[in-house]
Design a protein around this ligand. Structure first.
Ligand code: FES
Length: 143
């Protein structure tokens, strides 16, 4: 095999591996669900995080018709969750989730999975909501 052909083959293999990694994370790392609403907030089944075989999603995105923006819920362990409103604190664009961070498509602000600003122009943390575990559900207090 010629050197040029070898480099080309390795480059294609690396691109394929990177694509599969992104596709795999996209399928297993996140989930979009419709939460149910009670008087004070959102209810989300804990099973929404289950991937089977004892592994869990890092986060889920919860939507509800009464919410203008979705809520991203990160799972850090069985008892620790963070619920973040996916509204950019700069000018209010809806954020997108990329693994452990949320990014704004409008002007590029970036936030970590606790809602802290990593990159401006936003200079305020995301709105977060208290999360409680109630039997087999998470209760996210919105008020
Ligand atoms: S609205 Fe998000 S960075 Fe401007």
């Amino acid at each position: 095999m010629q050197r040029k052909e070898f480099i080309k083959t390795c480059g294609m293999a690396c691109l394929g591996a990177a694509f599969l990694g992104i596709a795999f994370e996209g399928c297993s790392g996140s989930k979009m669900i419709a939460g149910t609403m009670d008087r004070s907030g959102l209810l989300v089944p804990l099973a929404s995080f289950d991937l089977g075989t004892g592994s869990h999603r890092k986060y889920i995105v919860v939507q509800h018709e009464k919410l203008r923006y979705p809520v991203c819920v990160y799972r850090f362990d069985a008892n620790t969750y963070t619920a973040l409103l996916m509204r950019c604190t700069h000018q209010g664009a809806e954020l997108q989730v990329f693994g452990d961070r949320l990014e704004c498509p409008a002007h590029g602000s970036r936030f970590d999975n606790h809602g802290a600003v990593e990159n401006g122009p936003a200079d305020t943390s995301l709105r977060s909501f208290p999360v409680q575990i109630l039997e087999d559900q998470l209760h996210i207090t919105l008020s």
